[in-house]
Design a protein around this ligand. Structure first.
Ligand code: MN
Length: 323
Protein backbone atom coordinates (compact mmCIF):
# COMPACT_ATOMS: atom_id res chain seq x y z
CA UNK A 1 0.00 0.00 0.00
CA UNK A 2 1.43 3.37 -0.94
CA UNK A 3 1.57 6.30 1.46
CA UNK A 4 -0.89 8.05 -0.85
CA UNK A 5 -3.45 5.35 -0.20
CA UNK A 6 -2.83 5.39 3.54
CA UNK A 7 -3.29 9.17 3.45
CA UNK A 8 -6.54 8.76 1.58
CA UNK A 9 -7.80 6.13 4.00
CA UNK A 10 -6.90 8.34 6.97
CA UNK A 11 -8.68 11.38 5.60
CA UNK A 12 -11.78 9.40 4.63
CA UNK A 13 -11.95 7.98 8.15
CA UNK A 14 -11.22 11.31 9.85
CA UNK A 15 -13.95 13.05 7.81
CA UNK A 16 -16.58 10.43 8.65
CA UNK A 17 -18.70 10.13 11.81
CA UNK A 18 -21.00 7.13 11.55
CA UNK A 19 -19.03 4.21 10.18
CA UNK A 20 -20.25 0.75 9.32
CA UNK A 21 -17.60 -2.00 9.13
CA UNK A 22 -18.64 -5.12 7.20
CA UNK A 23 -16.87 -8.46 6.90
CA UNK A 24 -17.74 -11.63 4.99
CA UNK A 25 -20.29 -14.19 6.06
CA UNK A 26 -19.02 -17.49 7.53
CA UNK A 27 -16.54 -15.25 9.36
CA UNK A 28 -13.06 -16.57 10.07
CA UNK A 29 -10.34 -15.25 12.37
CA UNK A 30 -9.17 -12.63 9.89
CA UNK A 31 -12.67 -11.34 9.07
CA UNK A 32 -13.50 -10.93 12.77
CA UNK A 33 -10.05 -9.94 14.04
CA UNK A 34 -9.73 -7.28 11.32
CA UNK A 35 -13.24 -5.85 11.50
CA UNK A 36 -13.44 -5.78 15.28
CA UNK A 37 -9.83 -4.60 15.60
CA UNK A 38 -10.63 -1.73 13.23
CA UNK A 39 -13.78 -0.99 15.22
CA UNK A 40 -11.76 -0.70 18.43
CA UNK A 41 -9.22 1.56 16.75
CA UNK A 42 -11.90 3.87 15.33
CA UNK A 43 -13.62 4.02 18.72
CA UNK A 44 -10.41 5.57 20.02
CA UNK A 45 -10.95 8.34 17.45
CA UNK A 46 -14.46 8.81 18.96
CA UNK A 47 -16.15 7.55 15.80
CA UNK A 48 -19.61 6.05 16.07
CA UNK A 49 -19.01 2.56 14.64
CA UNK A 50 -20.93 -0.61 13.97
CA UNK A 51 -19.61 -4.00 12.88
CA UNK A 52 -21.92 -6.02 10.67
CA UNK A 53 -21.67 -9.72 10.01
CA UNK A 54 -24.54 -11.79 8.68
CA UNK A 55 -23.52 -14.88 10.67
CA UNK A 56 -22.85 -15.60 14.31
CA UNK A 57 -19.30 -15.71 15.69
CA UNK A 58 -18.08 -19.33 15.72
CA UNK A 59 -17.40 -20.66 19.24
CA UNK A 60 -13.64 -20.89 18.72
CA UNK A 61 -13.52 -17.12 18.06
CA UNK A 62 -15.84 -16.09 20.88
CA UNK A 63 -12.90 -14.47 22.68
CA UNK A 64 -13.04 -11.66 20.10
CA UNK A 65 -15.55 -9.36 21.73
CA UNK A 66 -17.38 -6.36 20.33
CA UNK A 67 -20.17 -4.38 21.97
CA UNK A 68 -21.57 -3.08 18.69
CA UNK A 69 -21.67 -6.24 16.59
CA UNK A 70 -24.89 -6.49 14.60
CA UNK A 71 -26.40 -9.05 12.22
CA UNK A 72 -29.25 -6.90 10.99
CA UNK A 73 -29.10 -3.47 9.35
CA UNK A 74 -32.28 -2.21 11.01
CA UNK A 75 -30.07 -1.66 14.07
CA UNK A 76 -27.96 1.10 12.46
CA UNK A 77 -28.81 4.82 12.11
CA UNK A 78 -29.72 6.05 8.64
CA UNK A 79 -26.89 8.58 8.48
CA UNK A 80 -23.98 6.16 7.91
CA UNK A 81 -21.39 8.20 6.01
CA UNK A 82 -18.74 5.51 5.41
CA UNK A 83 -18.91 1.76 4.89
CA UNK A 84 -15.62 -0.11 5.25
CA UNK A 85 -15.60 -3.61 3.78
CA UNK A 86 -12.95 -5.77 5.35
CA UNK A 87 -11.45 -9.08 4.12
CA UNK A 88 -13.65 -9.34 1.03
CA UNK A 89 -13.48 -8.03 -2.52
CA UNK A 90 -16.92 -9.02 -3.74
CA UNK A 91 -20.01 -7.49 -2.09
CA UNK A 92 -21.79 -10.81 -2.58
CA UNK A 93 -19.50 -12.17 0.19
CA UNK A 94 -21.20 -9.89 2.72
CA UNK A 95 -24.68 -11.29 2.09
CA UNK A 96 -27.82 -10.17 0.32
CA UNK A 97 -28.94 -7.74 3.03
CA UNK A 98 -25.84 -5.59 2.50
CA UNK A 99 -26.07 -5.93 -1.29
CA UNK A 100 -29.60 -4.55 -1.13
CA UNK A 101 -28.56 -1.76 1.26
CA UNK A 102 -25.76 -0.75 -1.14
CA UNK A 103 -28.22 -0.10 -3.97
CA UNK A 104 -29.44 3.09 -2.28
CA UNK A 105 -26.26 3.97 -0.37
CA UNK A 106 -24.79 7.20 -1.74
CA UNK A 107 -21.92 7.96 0.68
CA UNK A 108 -18.33 6.74 0.82
CA UNK A 109 -17.25 3.13 0.48
CA UNK A 110 -13.83 1.70 1.30
CA UNK A 111 -12.57 -1.85 0.75
CA UNK A 112 -9.58 -3.20 2.70
CA UNK A 113 -8.56 -6.63 1.51
CA UNK A 114 -5.85 -9.07 0.44
CA UNK A 115 -7.69 -11.52 -1.87
CA UNK A 116 -6.86 -11.90 -5.55
CA UNK A 117 -9.16 -11.08 -8.48
CA UNK A 118 -11.34 -8.34 -6.96
CA UNK A 119 -14.90 -8.26 -8.24
CA UNK A 120 -15.49 -4.67 -7.17
CA UNK A 121 -14.97 -1.46 -9.03
CA UNK A 122 -14.32 0.99 -6.25
CA UNK A 123 -11.91 3.88 -6.44
CA UNK A 124 -11.42 3.40 -2.72
CA UNK A 125 -10.35 -0.24 -2.83
CA UNK A 126 -7.10 -0.73 -0.93
CA UNK A 127 -6.03 -4.22 -1.81
CA UNK A 128 -2.61 -5.74 -1.21
CA UNK A 129 -2.49 -9.36 -2.26
CA UNK A 130 1.03 -9.77 -0.86
CA UNK A 131 -0.35 -9.41 2.68
CA UNK A 132 -0.97 -12.73 4.45
CA UNK A 133 -4.04 -11.31 6.19
CA UNK A 134 -6.28 -8.25 6.09
CA UNK A 135 -5.23 -7.76 9.73
CA UNK A 136 -1.83 -6.65 8.40
CA UNK A 137 -3.48 -3.85 6.40
CA UNK A 138 -5.47 -2.81 9.48
CA UNK A 139 -2.19 -2.72 11.42
CA UNK A 140 -0.68 -0.43 8.76
CA UNK A 141 -3.67 1.92 8.93
CA UNK A 142 -3.57 2.07 12.74
CA UNK A 143 0.18 2.64 12.64
CA UNK A 144 -0.14 5.37 10.01
CA UNK A 145 -2.94 7.14 11.88
CA UNK A 146 -0.90 6.86 15.10
CA UNK A 147 -3.80 5.29 16.97
CA UNK A 148 -2.78 3.71 20.30
CA UNK A 149 -2.45 -0.05 20.12
CA UNK A 150 -3.55 -1.99 23.18
CA UNK A 151 -3.50 -5.63 24.27
CA UNK A 152 -7.03 -6.48 23.09
CA UNK A 153 -6.64 -4.76 19.74
CA UNK A 154 -3.24 -6.44 19.21
CA UNK A 155 -4.81 -9.82 20.08
CA UNK A 156 -7.60 -9.27 17.50
CA UNK A 157 -5.10 -8.48 14.74
CA UNK A 158 -2.73 -11.32 15.64
CA UNK A 159 -5.71 -13.71 15.45
CA UNK A 160 -6.21 -12.65 11.82
CA UNK A 161 -2.57 -13.32 10.95
CA UNK A 162 -2.41 -16.64 12.82
CA UNK A 163 -5.61 -18.04 11.33
CA UNK A 164 -4.97 -16.88 7.73
CA UNK A 165 -1.44 -18.33 7.76
CA UNK A 166 -2.46 -21.46 9.77
CA UNK A 167 0.10 -20.44 12.40
CA UNK A 168 2.72 -19.46 9.82
CA UNK A 169 2.53 -22.85 8.09
CA UNK A 170 0.86 -21.72 4.85
CA UNK A 171 3.01 -20.53 1.97
CA UNK A 172 1.46 -17.04 2.24
CA UNK A 173 3.62 -16.54 5.35
CA UNK A 174 6.34 -13.97 4.69
CA UNK A 175 8.75 -11.70 6.54
CA UNK A 176 6.08 -9.01 6.78
CA UNK A 177 3.59 -11.28 8.56
CA UNK A 178 6.30 -12.44 10.98
CA UNK A 179 7.48 -8.87 11.54
CA UNK A 180 3.99 -7.51 12.27
CA UNK A 181 3.13 -10.54 14.43
CA UNK A 182 6.27 -9.78 16.45
CA UNK A 183 5.25 -6.11 16.83
CA UNK A 184 1.77 -7.20 17.95
CA UNK A 185 3.37 -9.44 20.61
CA UNK A 186 5.32 -6.40 21.83
CA UNK A 187 1.97 -4.60 22.15
CA UNK A 188 0.82 -7.41 24.45
CA UNK A 189 -1.14 -9.66 22.06
CA UNK A 190 -2.24 -12.76 23.96
CA UNK A 191 -0.78 -15.58 21.86
CA UNK A 192 -1.68 -18.32 24.34
CA UNK A 193 -5.34 -17.18 24.38
CA UNK A 194 -5.41 -17.32 20.56
CA UNK A 195 -3.76 -20.74 20.42
CA UNK A 196 -5.90 -22.31 23.13
CA UNK A 197 -9.06 -20.88 21.53
CA UNK A 198 -8.38 -21.93 17.97
CA UNK A 199 -6.65 -25.28 18.57
CA UNK A 200 -8.23 -26.68 21.75
CA UNK A 201 -11.79 -26.16 20.63
CA UNK A 202 -12.65 -29.72 19.69
CA UNK A 203 -15.65 -31.38 21.28
CA UNK A 204 -16.70 -35.05 21.25
CA UNK A 205 -19.51 -34.21 18.83
CA UNK A 206 -16.86 -32.84 16.48
CA UNK A 207 -14.93 -36.13 16.68
CA UNK A 208 -18.15 -37.92 15.72
CA UNK A 209 -18.54 -35.64 12.72
CA UNK A 210 -14.86 -36.13 11.77
CA UNK A 211 -15.39 -39.91 11.89
CA UNK A 212 -18.07 -39.53 9.22
CA UNK A 213 -15.93 -37.14 7.14
CA UNK A 214 -12.89 -39.44 7.32
CA UNK A 215 -14.98 -42.44 6.29
CA UNK A 216 -15.82 -40.50 3.09
CA UNK A 217 -12.18 -39.58 2.46
CA UNK A 218 -10.59 -40.50 -0.88
CA UNK A 219 -7.09 -39.75 -2.15
CA UNK A 220 -6.55 -39.47 -5.90
CA UNK A 221 -2.93 -40.15 -6.80
CA UNK A 222 -3.13 -38.53 -10.25
CA UNK A 223 -4.37 -35.17 -9.04
CA UNK A 224 -2.69 -35.55 -5.60
CA UNK A 225 -6.01 -34.50 -4.13
CA UNK A 226 -7.43 -35.51 -0.75
CA UNK A 227 -11.21 -35.19 -0.99
CA UNK A 228 -14.03 -35.63 1.45
CA UNK A 229 -17.49 -34.34 2.21
CA UNK A 230 -20.30 -34.34 4.69
CA UNK A 231 -24.02 -34.17 4.21
CA UNK A 232 -26.73 -32.25 6.03
CA UNK A 233 -27.74 -35.59 7.52
CA UNK A 234 -24.20 -36.05 8.94
CA UNK A 235 -24.48 -32.70 10.73
CA UNK A 236 -27.90 -33.60 12.02
CA UNK A 237 -26.91 -37.06 13.26
CA UNK A 238 -23.90 -35.68 15.16
CA UNK A 239 -25.71 -32.58 16.43
CA UNK A 240 -23.06 -30.37 14.80
CA UNK A 241 -23.01 -27.31 12.52
CA UNK A 242 -20.81 -26.16 9.67
CA UNK A 243 -18.49 -24.51 12.22
CA UNK A 244 -17.59 -28.02 13.46
CA UNK A 245 -16.18 -28.94 10.05
CA UNK A 246 -14.09 -25.76 9.81
CA UNK A 247 -10.49 -26.46 8.75
CA UNK A 248 -11.03 -29.93 7.22
CA UNK A 249 -9.51 -29.05 3.81
CA UNK A 250 -6.38 -27.82 5.60
CA UNK A 251 -6.34 -30.94 7.73
CA UNK A 252 -6.16 -33.12 4.59
CA UNK A 253 -3.40 -30.91 3.21
CA UNK A 254 -1.26 -31.60 6.25
CA UNK A 255 -0.69 -35.17 5.02
CA UNK A 256 2.45 -35.89 3.03
CA UNK A 257 0.92 -37.17 -0.21
CA UNK A 258 -1.86 -34.56 -0.39
CA UNK A 259 -1.08 -31.48 -2.52
CA UNK A 260 -4.66 -30.20 -2.61
CA UNK A 261 -7.14 -30.60 0.23
CA UNK A 262 -10.80 -30.51 -0.77
CA UNK A 263 -13.63 -30.42 1.70
CA UNK A 264 -17.24 -30.29 0.54
CA UNK A 265 -20.29 -29.70 2.69
CA UNK A 266 -23.88 -29.98 1.70
CA UNK A 267 -25.78 -26.70 1.96
CA UNK A 268 -29.03 -27.87 0.41
CA UNK A 269 -30.25 -31.03 -1.28
CA UNK A 270 -27.39 -31.92 -3.70
CA UNK A 271 -26.07 -28.38 -3.46
CA UNK A 272 -22.53 -28.15 -2.11
CA UNK A 273 -20.01 -25.66 -0.80
CA UNK A 274 -16.49 -26.64 -1.87
CA UNK A 275 -13.34 -25.49 -0.01
CA UNK A 276 -9.94 -25.90 -1.64
CA UNK A 277 -6.56 -25.62 0.10
CA UNK A 278 -3.04 -26.01 -1.26
CA UNK A 279 0.54 -24.87 -0.79
CA UNK A 280 1.36 -23.63 -4.26
CA UNK A 281 0.69 -26.85 -6.21
CA UNK A 282 -1.63 -25.06 -8.66
CA UNK A 283 -3.40 -21.68 -8.56
CA UNK A 284 -6.63 -22.53 -6.75
CA UNK A 285 -8.30 -19.20 -7.52
CA UNK A 286 -8.07 -20.15 -11.23
CA UNK A 287 -9.50 -23.59 -10.51
CA UNK A 288 -12.36 -22.10 -8.45
CA UNK A 289 -13.03 -19.60 -11.25
CA UNK A 290 -13.71 -22.46 -13.67
CA UNK A 291 -16.55 -23.48 -11.33
CA UNK A 292 -17.80 -19.90 -10.86
CA UNK A 293 -16.10 -19.28 -7.50
CA UNK A 294 -12.99 -17.43 -6.36
CA UNK A 295 -10.39 -16.91 -3.65
CA UNK A 296 -6.63 -16.90 -3.26
CA UNK A 297 -3.87 -18.89 -4.93
CA UNK A 298 -3.79 -21.30 -1.97
CA UNK A 299 -7.31 -21.04 -0.58
CA UNK A 300 -10.40 -20.85 -2.73
CA UNK A 301 -13.94 -22.11 -2.99
CA UNK A 302 -17.10 -22.41 -5.03
CA UNK A 303 -20.63 -23.74 -4.96
CA UNK A 304 -21.70 -26.83 -6.91
CA UNK A 305 -25.02 -28.47 -7.69
CA UNK A 306 -25.15 -32.16 -8.55
CA UNK A 307 -23.82 -35.54 -7.52
CA UNK A 308 -20.79 -35.62 -5.21
CA UNK A 309 -19.04 -38.31 -7.28
CA UNK A 310 -19.41 -36.19 -10.45
CA UNK A 311 -17.92 -33.26 -8.61
CA UNK A 312 -14.96 -35.33 -7.40
CA UNK A 313 -14.19 -36.67 -10.88
CA UNK A 314 -14.68 -33.26 -12.50
CA UNK A 315 -12.33 -31.63 -9.97
CA UNK A 316 -9.63 -34.29 -10.36
CA UNK A 317 -9.73 -33.89 -14.16
CA UNK A 318 -9.54 -30.11 -14.01
CA UNK A 319 -6.64 -30.27 -11.51
CA UNK A 320 -4.70 -32.66 -13.77
CA UNK A 321 -5.33 -30.27 -16.70
CA UNK A 322 -4.17 -27.23 -14.70
CA UNK A 323 -0.94 -28.97 -13.63
MN1 MN B 1 -8.23 -12.88 5.17
Amino acid sequence: MSIFNLEKISSLILNSHNILIVSHYDPDGDALGSSIGLYKALNKLKKNCYVYNRDKIPDYLSFIKCSNLIDCLSKIPNDIDLIIFVDLNDFERAGSEIEKYMLSFKNNIMVIDHHQNPKIDSKNAFIETSCSATAILIFKIIDHMQIDMDKELATNLLTGIITDTSSFKNSNTNSQSLDIASKLLDFGADLSLINSSIYNDKSIKRINLEKKILSNFLFDNNSKTGFSYCTLQDYEETNTTKEDSEGMANYFLHHMEVMIGVFVREIDDKSWKVSLRSNGYIDLSKLANIFGGGGHKNAAGFKYSGEIEDLRKDLNNKIINEK
